[in-house]
Each structure stands twice: as C-alpha cells, then as structure tokens.
Ligand binder design. Structure first.
Ligand SMILES: Cc1ncc(COP(=O)(O)O)c(C=O)c1O
Length: 454
C-alpha cells in the first residue's frame, strides 16, 4: 500500500531557492520608469525595498542560498506534506493519480510565510524598523505580521475593505502577531482619500491597497514596503514548494504530467510550477495550468501590455497581462485572486505558451472545493478551490480518455477563516458574475497610451 502523506525530513529541506530567470528561453521585457519610459535601475527601487531583495529581483543566478535564520523559521512547518489524494481519485472514479502539496500547515494557513519570513529577514539585516503592506484575503497580512513578529519589526497592514468586512478573524490573527491594520481605502493616505472622495462605498481592491502601503513607505525614512506576490523575488522564495514537491515525488517514484495552481498575483502557482518548468525547458513533456476566477480574468481576457501594479500609479510599469490598474473586480469570495495584473514572470511564460491559463466561475469552483473536502477532509481556501476545480476537470478528462495522468496541484491554504464564504455558498447567495466585454474594454482605456511591449 502506498503512503498517503509523503514527508521529507527537515535535513532534506532545500537549502537554496530556484530562480527561473536563469533559465528563461526568451528574456523578459524590461520594467520601465513611468516618467522616463526607460528601464529602471536598483536606485529606483531603493526607497521601497532593502538592497538584497532588489538584487534578487534582477538576479539571473540559478540558485540562491536560503539564509540559516530563514531556514530555522521555515522548520516550524516545512517541509510541508505532499499528499496522494486517493480518496478524491475514488470519488471521481478517475484513473488519474492526484497529488497535492499542502501549504495550509504554515502558522498563517497558506504559502505566504515562505516569502514573508525571507522579506522580513532581509529588511532586518538592513536595519529597517517598520514595514507596510496590503492584503486581500488577509492571508498575506497575517503572514507578514507573523514574520515581522519573529524579527521584531513594526508592521502596518492595509486590508481591502470587502475582505476586512468579510473576515473579522483574519484581522484578529494579524493583530495577535502584533501588526496594526486599517480597511483600505483608508483616510490615512492621499491614495485612499482620493478613492473615497470619488466613491465613499468603494469595496477596495488590491491595486488601491498597494497604493496606500507604497505611499506610506515612500513618505517615511524608517519604513519599507513589502509585496506578497507578483515580483520576481517573491516567486523565487515560493520555489521551495516545487523543490520540495520534486523530492517528495521522487520518493513516491512519480513525476507529474500536469501541475496546477490558482493565480492571484501568481506566487503560489509559480512556487510549485517553476522548478518543474525548468524540466519542461529541458524537453520534459509537462503541462502547467494557471487557474484564475472568471470574474477577474487577467490571463484569459486581458491584453499583454505595460501597466502599473497599483491603482495610484506609484509602481514602475511592468509588462504583464492586465485588466487595467483601475479595474475593480466584483466582490467574489476569493479575495486573494482579485488583482488586476499578474506576475511579469508568469505573464511572460503564458505569452510564450509554456503555461496554459484557464478561468472558472465561482459556483463550479466551490462545488469542487466541497467534493475535495468530503473526500480528503481538508477544507480549502476559496482561492485554492480554483486549483482543485481545474484538477477535477483534468481528472475527469483523463477518465473520459482512459488515460492514467499524474496531476499535482498546490493546495495553497486552508479555509478555516473563510467559512463566511462557505456559508454564502450553502445559502445559495454566491453568484456567478458575468463580466461583459464592455467593462473590460472600459477598464483598459487607461493604459491605451502606455509604451507598447516590444
Ligand atoms: C490561500 C491563497 N491562495 C492563493 C492566493 C493568491 O496569491 P498568489 O497568486 O500570489 O499565490 C492567495 C492570496 O491571498 C491566498 O491567500
């Protein structure tokens, strides 16, 4: 009988992160300074990030050492288990083998501490006293609060208002580890006040919350900013997910035909998929599927274009799939996937056809989340339900075709603080929001005069 959980001993935990920048078959377009239209340099990012993270952002070294202090904290929950989902396989009556990497075992309940710990460490090394950030679902805010607590750094979290209201216990969690928190848009920043003036009832968005956190950091000498997704160094810190999974699958004597992750800004998907994409670049036959919500369809309906990462246009211009930096998605119950853009690395690899994007509507996504919970016991985060749904679709396709595919997906977090969303689902209050083409076109008006991607 094969094992249900495949564990790696702590001493086998990877000691280096994998940096896909070293192996890209085609280089990425540069990040541009919005004022000059020229590629940005390290000095442009220095007000916001510690230098070591800026170096990682542009590094083309294939592997980067994980500092001992970071490994020590990782050991509180890492290596995370890899599960063989035999009960889900049975429930679906599929010949496919399904594995999932479970990142919900971290103290914050998701993959987010993998980068939060690293970022807090490098900030501490450079004497930073205070860090600001935004949070959508509350997962990132709690992860950074946890990390700042370990390194004795003050932390302020701007939380997207709709999630602030839907997730009171995420707020408490953030406060337990010591960070302070405000709903965004807030009256604490110019960016927040500007949005509230136009729309006092704005549900907020990640783009708006980023603007607030960036403005706060840029206007104080003792403060830096931390981003929980999108940037190259964040995706690299998450690579520990895929590196561990590879070792665990080796123990199981298996290798995936398909790897799947949900995408908000792209970090958990990249963390799982990039170490496998390295093999794909070397000729391995592998599909990597990035799953987004149909109501925030950045990869499947947005253009690949230069855009800002935030609503108030404070970030550099990044080449990425985008719905326009003013796009405010409908208030769906997967707060962490409501972002107008997508990691430039994930976008680039989608454009180059190394990654397949798909979008699903939330009712089907919750149906699959429930099927998973009934079969495997774990109640997934609403974001992770998107990856589960794509897995179910692929497993049923394998059944129809009579093919014993091996599928690996990332269960990026548990849903213990998301039960209000499950309540809404059971009460029949969740809707599949249609997103008319006209709305997307309108949101994209703002970027029509930006430099073209060459
Ligand atoms: C559990 C979970 N999964 C996925 C995401 C999406 O983020 P990313 O695409 O960066 O992994 C989030 C974001 O908050 C999350 O909380």
């Amino acid at each position: 009988m094969s094992d249900t959980k495949i564990f790696l001993p702590e001493k086998e935990m990877p000691r280096q992160w994998y940096n896909i920048m070293a192996d890209l078959p085609k280089p990425m377009p540069p990040v541009l300074h919005p004022g000059t239209g020229q590629p940005i340099g390290p000095a442009d990012l220095a007000p916001l990030f510690p230098m070591e993270l800026i170096k990682q952002e542009v590094s083309t070294e294939q592997y980067i050492d994980i500092p001992d202090e970071v490994l020590d904290i990782y050991k509180l929950w890492r290596p995370s288990p890899l599960y063989r989902a035999t009960r889900l396989e049975k429930a679906l009556d599929t010949p496919a083998k399904i594995y999932y990497k479970y990142e919900g075992v971290s103290p914050a309940g998701s993959h987010k501490p993998n980068t939060a710990i690293a970022q807090a460490y490098y900030n501490k090394q450079e004497g930073v006293k205070r860090i600001t950030t935004e949070t959508g679902a509350g997962q990132w805010g709690s992860a950074l609060s946890l990390a700042c607590n370990f390194f004795d750094i003050e932390c302020k979290v701007y939380m997207v208002k709709i999630s602030f209201q839907q997730k009171p216990y995420r707020r408490s969690m953030i406060q337990t580890w010591g960070a302070s928190i405000v709903p965004s848009p807030s009256t604490d920043t110019n960016a927040g006040r500007a949005v509230l003036e136009k729309d006092p009832n704005s549900p907020g968005s990640l783009g708006i919350a980023i603007s607030e956190a960036v403005e706060d950091a840029a206007t104080r000498d003792d403060t830096k900013y931390s981003l929980g997704s999108v940037l190259n160094h964040v995706l690299m810190h998450q690579s520990i997910i895929g590196l561990e999974s590879k070792k665990q699958l080796e123990i199981a004597g298996d290798y995936p035909d398909i790897v799947i992750g949900c995408v908000g800004g792209g970090s958990n998907f990249a963390g799982l998929a990039f170490p496998f994409l390295k093999d794909k670049f070397d000729g391995k036959d592998l599909r990597a599927i990035a799953v987004e919500p149909a109501s925030c369809p950045t990869l499947t309906r947005g253009p690949y274009a230069y855009d800002f990462g935030d609503n108030a246009q404070m970030t550099p211009l990044m080449a990425m799939y985008t719905l326009g930096h003013n796009f405010v998605p409908p208030p769906i119950h997967a707060g962490g996937l409501r972002y107008h853009g997508m990691a430039p690395l994930v976008s680039h690899l989608v454009r180059e056809k190394h990654i397949e994007p798909v979008a699903y509507k939330q009712l089907a996504v919750y149906d699959s989340g429930k099927t998973f919970a009934k079969a495997e016991g774990i109640i997934p985060a609403p974001e992770s339900n998107h990856a589960i749904h794509a897995t179910v679709v692929e497993a049923l396709k394998a059944k129809k075709e009579g093919k014993a595919k091996t599928i690996l997906f990332n269960l990026s977090g548990h849903g213990h603080f998301d039960m209000a969303a499950y309540d809404a689902y059971f009460a029949g209050k969740l809707e599949d929001h249609a997103l008319p083409e006209q709305n997307i076109k309108q949101a994209l008006e703002v970027i029509k005069d930006y430099p073209p991607v060459v």
